[in-house]
Structure formats: structure tokens, C-alpha cells
Ligand binder design. Sequence first.
Ligand SMILES: Cc1ncc(COP(=O)(O)O)c(C=O)c1O
Length: 413
Amino acid sequence: MSAFAYADARFACDRLPLGDIATAVGTPCHVYSAPTIRERYRALDRALGTTPHALHYALKANSTLAVVRLLRTLGAAIDANSGGEVDVALKAGFSPGEIIFTGVGKTPAELERAVGLGLKAINAESPGELARIDAIARRLGTRARVALRVNPDIDAQSHPHISTGLKRNKFGVPLDDAFDVCVDAAGHRGLHLVGVHAHVGSQIMSIDPLARAASTLAALARRLRAAGVPLDHLDVGGGLGISYDGRPAPDVGDYASALVEATREAGVSLILEPGRWLVAPAGALLSTVVDVKGRPGGRRFVVLDAGMTDLLRPALYSAFHRIVPLERDGRPDVACDVVGPVCESSDTFGVDRELPDPRPGDLVAILDTGAYGAVMASNYNRRAIAPEVLVDAGQWQVIRRRQTIDDLLVFES
Ligand SMILES: Cc1ncc(COP(=O)(O)O)c(C=O)c1O
């Protein structure tokens, strides 16, 4: 059951009325349910059963320190996508040996630091990057643990902007070249090839492409072992989708069984990099209606104080998020286009939605914003970054305060 539900007429997170949080903290404001994150992490971990595995939480989904620390208490490890994310992971208490560093354009400084720290693995994107890592490691007198990111040319059937496993996408080494690149890497003094990796996209609503990518990696690992290049792990990435609109989503048990089945023969441990699936349903964005205006055709514009600067997904991917009122007082539903205050027509959260006759001052929640929400915030239009609140054990606390205009100007002369 979702943490976000009505308790009588009031919309609540783990039974705490969200209207009370919005009044105390102000809007816009992100709220997360800690019990939901725990429950989802444990469900995925349990579903993988006795198969040797590690869950490397993809920090890019939500890297607010309190959320990252919560995942650490559950036994998660980390998938970091930039030097900044590596630092956040270290700050949250993870050791370098728990961090995998992925990313399509790692800078020389990022690679130097990653090698120096001795991360669990650097997921290398190209033969050129492997050569750069090798040179750094030899100069530092060490061996860097690396895994090769493979592009398996698999269609994830997700939004084109978040599909990453097709030949035309910029990620990884083409499957046809992967074996030779791995054999070559295994011969370099500065490299210890520990795995192969693929991530074919995000918000994937069918298990099939995820299972096919996993069995492609498993076949590569078997071939490499036969050639005298044994691996420690297969890193199958993240990507499992959630239901944003209430329709059925893939079952986590089926997903885990498919991965285990696809990789069993490889005889190495399994690494997953889940992001969205763990945290998206654990978050909601609270907002206040600031204006309601009629528009030709009878619909009305409902203007919120939250905008694309707080939640970019609708503007970026035409993503759908449910929008619900925080109080139900029996007003009849009317058709609305729910928009933000930013000077862009793409700053629209929902077209032709039914909301109970909205009025300025009403509070609403935009649902399933725990992943790729706050992390994508910007200061466009000089808008301050919204605060974040964590609900746990029947209480709530601010885990990131609201930015002020002074915070925004601090770097300027
Ligand atoms: C390499 C890599 N791993 C993991 C993830 C997490 O994906 P998701 O949030 O869909 O689970 C991403 C996100 O796109 C990614 O690029």
C-alpha cells in the first residue's frame, strides 16, 4: 500500500497530514516516506534471495544526504555518476570499496580521484577511458578495478531520452567489440578487470529487455572465463519502472527471478543499480495554488507555486504524475490544466486533469516525485530550491532547508 493516501479527508504521508507539513515548512516542498524506502529496498533485496548480489543505489535518482544515509543503514552500496556523487557517498559514510563510478564523460580529475580512492569499480565507457585509467593507476603504483560498460543494442521501449542501450546511444562499447576490449584490458598492468556492465534505460515497463541485457552480459562473462579472463561480477544496471498512473507495473519478484535466471550460468555475483524503483514512490511534491484562470473551451489554468524548477520530468519527458488535493471537502471536479509559474509553456504538470474546483490557497500534492525530482532542481527564474522533508516513525524533519536569495547570490561578485 502507498504511504501517500487519504486519512479521512486529509491527504497524508504515513498517516501524517501533509497539509500540516506544508503549513509549517511552506510550499513548494518535497516530502519523502522513510518506511517506503525501507520497504522497497528490502523487497528487492529479498527477491534476489540467496543469489550473491549487491544493490548499488543509483545516487542520481535522489542524493539528498539523509536519504542516502537511510539507504546505507539498509545495507545498500552506491552507484555514483560524477565526482560530486562520489563525494556525497563518502560524506554519507560509504567506503570507497562500496562505490561504483559510472558515467559517460569522466574527466581526468575525476578518474585520478577514483583510482586514488580505490573504488570498488570504475565502469569504463571506452577503450580510450580504459587506457587513461591504466596510465593513472600505473603512475600511482596501483591497479584500478574496472568493469566494461557494454552497449548491447537492446531497445528498452522507454522514453527516447532515457533509453541508453541502443547502438545509436552514446553509452558503452558496442557488444561486438566488448570481448576484445575486455581481453585487452585484462592484459594491462594498471587494470584489474572485475566485471562487465550494461544499463539499457530507465522507467522500463517490461522485464524482457532487462533480462535480455543480463543474459547478454552473462554470455560475455562465460566467453571471457573460457578465454582465461574470469570476472567477479555482472553489473546489470538499474531501470525497473514504476507505475506513475496507477496501471500495473512489473513485479519486483518477477524482475529479480528473471535476472537470476539469466545470469545463473555465469557463476559470478550480481550487481544491480536501482534508483527510481527504490525512491520514486516514496516522494511527493507539495504545492499551493496561486491563481486560477479560465481559458477558452471551458477548462481552466490552475497555476501552482511549484514549477519545472522543482520537478522537471513533465517538461523534459512529458512525464505523467498524478496530482491530488490535500483536503477533500466535497467540491465537484472540474477540468484543469495544472501549470507552474516559470516563463516557459513547457512548465506544465498536467493537461486536462480533474481537480475539485481549485481556488487560490488550496494545497495539492504531485505524486511519485522521490526520484529525478529534487535532484533535477534548478534556479532558473532565480527560483530558490525547495526544502525536503523526511517522514519517519510518525514524525517529520526538514532534511534540506529552503534556499534563500542570499544562498543564490553567494558565489557572485
Ligand atoms: C548507469 C546507470 N545506472 C543506474 C541508473 C538508475 O536507473 P533507474 O533509476 O531507472 O533505476 C541509471 C539511470 O539512468 C544509470 O544511468
